[in-house]
Ligand binder design. Structure first.
Ligand code: G6P
Ligand code: MG
Length: 222
């Protein structure tokens, strides 16, 4: 394995909770029940697709104008939540892992479905770690389609099978697997059962594991 592709929301920063709060606010407004479990399906999924899912849950059909205005409403709420975000919101031990990889000259990319990825990276001061950022403004097909990770790998000048993807979402793990990349889950093993390896958080990811991954010739066969 030669390169690492990081998801952003829920991996580097805990913005997953803000996405949830903003969707919950809209769901309440529309009278659609929406739980933390429902939110799992929204992780890694584009803003537009999330709203489609929410409307399907409420069995609502709406005009294009209404759809666009709710999308905007959700994003405005979300932007409010992240307005004051700074480096204190970087998840524990993320910086240690980024430093470990940078010291070894391992190329790193960001692969996120979010259209807010660039400003968030800036706010938390991590932009310089990544040689390239592929975000929701640059992809056509949302995760679980592998497009975002395939673009990231090509920008790192690496074949997909030499890349490790770090993801907290089921859709993201599926995308990495379809791309033929090593999928590394951050979160609960029951939720991310399709991943090649899972850690609850970065604190549990020891340097010896990272060294082992960098020595791997190929992704393990399941
Ligand atoms: C990430 C999050 C999703 C979110 C998506 C779009 O993948 O995990 O929950 O819906 O980005 O984010 P955006 O900031 O563009 O609304
Ligand atoms: Mg995520």
């Amino acid at each position: 394995m030669k390169g690492f592709i990081f998801d952003l929301d829920g991996v580097i920063v805990d913005t997953a909770k803000y996405h949830y709060l903003a969707w919950k606010q809209l769901a309440d407004h529309l009278g659609i029940p929406f739980t933390i479990q429902d939110n799992e399906k929204f992780k890694g999924v584009s803003r537009k697709r999330c709203l489609e899912l929410l409307l399907e849950m409420g069995d609502l059909q709406v005009s294009e104008e209404q759809f666009a205005s709710w999308l905007e409403e959700k994003n405005a709420d979300y932007l409010n939540y992240i307005a004051t975000m700074d480096a204190s919101e970087i998840l524990p031990d993320v910086s240690r892992v980024l430093d470990f990889l940078r010291e070894r000259n391992v190329p790193m990319a960001l692969g996120s479905a979010s259209k807010n990825a660039v400003p968030i990276l800036e706010k938390v001061g991590l932009t310089d770690y990544f040689s390239t950022v592929v975000d929701g403004t640059q992809v056509v097909k949302a995760k679980p389609d592998p497009e975002v990770f395939l673009i990231a790998a090509s920008r790192l000048h690496l074949p997909p099978e030499d890349c490790v993807v770090i993801e907290d979402a089921q859709a993201g793990i599926a995308a990495a697997n379809t791309a033929g990349m090593y999928s590394l889950g951050i979160g609960a093993a029951e939720v991310l059962s399709e991943a090649d390896a899972v850690f609850m958080n970065f604190t549990e990811m020891q340097p010896s594991f990272l060294e082992e991954i960098l020595r791997l010739e190929s992704k393990p066969h399941k």
